[in-house]
Design a protein around this ligand. Structure first.
Ligand SMILES: Nc1ncnc2c1ncn2[C@@H]1O[C@H](COP(=O)(O)OP(=O)(O)OP(=O)(O)O)[C@@H](O)[C@H]1O
Ligand SMILES: [Mg+2]
Length: 386
C-alpha cells in the first residue's frame, strides 16, 4: 500500500460522512461503492448512497428498482467466505430518488395532513419535484442528513449526481431556498388587469438559465394550472421555515468535522484543472476537502521512459518470417501507444501534485480491464484505495 493510499484510508476511517464528488463519468459511483465496501470489510457499519448506478452495478448491489431504501448486501454471498474477514461490519446500499425524498420532506414539514395532501395531489408539485432546478442535488444532501441523524451507520458514503459544474450541488440548498422564497412572495401576483405572464414569471423565478423549469411552466400553462400553482405555492409557504433550518443543518454537517470531501478526477488536463478549481472553491467555502482519487490511470509497463520506434532495437529478434515480423511490429506499436498515454497521464498527475504539495493527498486508481460492475471488481480497486 502506498503512503498516499494509507493517508486516504485514514481519512475514510476518521470520518462518519464521506462525500464523493467529481464531474460526469469519472467514476464517482464506482469509487463510492469501493470505499464503502472497504470500510465494511474493515468492520464498520456502512451505507453507500448512490445515484443512477449503472444497471449491472445496481444489480450486484441488490438495489435495482429500489429507490430510497437501504438494502443490506450479503458480503459472504457476493465475495465468498474467504474474502470476508471475521470482524467485518455490514454494507447497505441505497439508490437515491429525488422525487421520493421530496415526498418524505413534505411529509416532515407540512404542518397538517391536509397541507400534505394538497401538495401531493397538486399536479404542479408532481412535475416540479421532478424538475425543480437543483432538486436532485438538494435532495441528495437532505437524505444524507437524514441518514446521518438516524445514527444507524458508522459511515455514510454519498455519491453525488453528475453536475455540469461540480459545485452545483453545494449551492443547491441556497438556490432552492431562493427559488421557493421568491416564488412565494412575488411569483403569482397577477400582472396588470390580471394577465399572467409566463415569461416574466419564469425568468423571475428561475433566472434566465433555468430553461428546463421554464419549459415545464410554459408547457403546462393554462387557467387550471395557474390556479394549481397558486395553491401549490400557498401550501408550500408553510414549509419554508422547515426548509430554511434544514438547509442550515445540511451546511453544518458538510462543514463539520465528521465529514470529508473527496474528489474523483480522470488524469486528463481538463478534468484535473476542474478538480483543482473545485478544491480551491471548497477551501474558500470552508468545506473540508480531504483528497483526490485519480481514477482510470493508464498503467505504465516500464519505468524506462518512452519506447523507441524500432522494436528490433529494443531487443526483439529479427526473423525472415514476414508474418512474425508484422505481428512483432503491431504489438510494439500498441505498446508505444500505451506508453505514450501513460506518460501523458503521469505528466498531468505531476501537475496536480505540484499544485497540492503535501497538503492534500491523492491516490491513483488504474484503469481496470473491462467494466467495474460487481463486488469482486470493486474489491480489486480497494488495493489502491486503502
Ligand atoms: N478504474 C476503473 N477501471 C475501469 N473502469 C472503470 C473504472 N472506474 C470506473 N469505471 C467504469 O467507468 C464507468 C463510469 O463509472 P461511474 O458510473 O462510477 O462514473 P460516475 O462518475 O458515477 O458517472 P456519472 O457522472 O454518470 O454518475 C462505469 O462503466 C465503470 O464501470
Ligand atoms: Mg454515478
Amino acid at each position: 500500500m502506498s503512503e498516499a493510499s494509507e493517508r486516504l484510508a485514514g481519512i475514510v476511517a476518521g470520518h462518519k460522512v464521506v462525500v464523493v464528488c467529481g464531474t460526469g463519468g469519472v467514476g464517482k459511483t464506482t469509487v463510492s461503492s469501493a470505499l464503502a465496501l472497504g470500510a465494511a470489510l474493515q468492520g464498520r457499519r456502512v451505507l453507500v448512497m448512490t445515484i443512477d448506478p449503472a444497471k449491472r452495478l445496481a444489480d450486484s448491489l441488490g438495489i435495482e428498482g429500489k429507490l430510497n431504501e437501504a438494502t443490506e448486501i450479503d458480503l459472504v454471498a457476493a465475495l465468498g467466505a474467504d474474502a470476508v474477514p471475521p470482524g467485518a461490519g455490514s454494507l447497505h446500499a441505497m439508490m437515491l430518488d429525488a422525487k421520493g425524498t421530496w415526498d418524505a420532506t413534505i411529509r416532515r414539514f407540512a404542518k397538517t395532513e391536509e397541507t400534505q395532501e394538497r401538495i401531493f395531489a397538486n399536479s404542479y408539485y408532481q412535475r416540479a419535484s421532478e424538475s425543480l432546478s437543483g432538486s436532485q442535488e438538494y435532495m441528495a444532501m437532505e437524505r444524507l442528513l437524514q441518514m446521518y441523524e438516524a445514527g444507524e451507520y458508522d459511515l455514510v458514503v454519498l455519491d453525488t449526481p453528475p453536475t455540469r459544474n461540480a459545485l452545483d450541488f453545494l449551492e443547491a440548498p441556497d438556490r432552492l431556498m431562493a427559488v421557493l422564497e421568491e416564488g412565494v412572495l412575488g411569483w403569482l401576483i397577477p400582472r396588470k388587469r390580471g394577465r399572467f405572464s409566463a415569461v416574466s414569471a419564469g425568468v423571475r423565478l428561475f433566472g434566465k438559465g433555468r430553461e428546463a423549469m421554464f419549459s415545464v411552466l410554459e408547457r403546462f400553462m393554462g387557467g387550471d394550472v395557474i390556479r394549481g400553482i397558486a395553491d401549490f405555492v400557498g401550501a408550500f409557504s408553510e414549509l419554508l421555515e422547515g426548509f430554511r433550518s434544514r438547509a442550515g443543518d445540511v451546511m453544518k454537517l458538510l462543514r463539520g468535522e465528521d465529514t470529508a470531501f473527496l474528489m474523483v478526477a480522470s488524469p486528463n488536463r481538463i478534468a484535473l484543472s476542474e478538480a483543482l478549481y473545485f478544491h480551491d472553491r471548497l477551501a474558500e467555502a470552508e468545506i473540508p476537502f480531504r483528497g483526490f482519487v485519480i481514477n482510470r490511470v493508464r498503467p505504465t509497463s516500464a519505468s524506462s521512459g518512452a519506447p523507441g520506434a524500432d522494436p528490433w532495437a529494443a531487443g526483439f529478434e529479427r526473423s525472415d518470417d514476414g508474418v512474425r515480423s508484422a505481428v512483432v511490429e503491431a504489438v510494439w506499436a500498441d505498446h508505444r501507444r500505451r506508453a505514450r498515454w501513460a506518460m501523458v497521464d503521469r505528466h498531468h498527475i505531476a501537475a496536480l501534485a505540484a499544485h497540492c504539495g503535501d497538503r492534500v493527498p491523492y491516490v491513483e486508481v488504474p484503469e481496470l480491464e473491462g467494466e467495474v460492475h460487481d463486488l469482486d471488481a470493486l474489491r480489486l480497486l480497494l488495493d489502491y484505495l486503502r
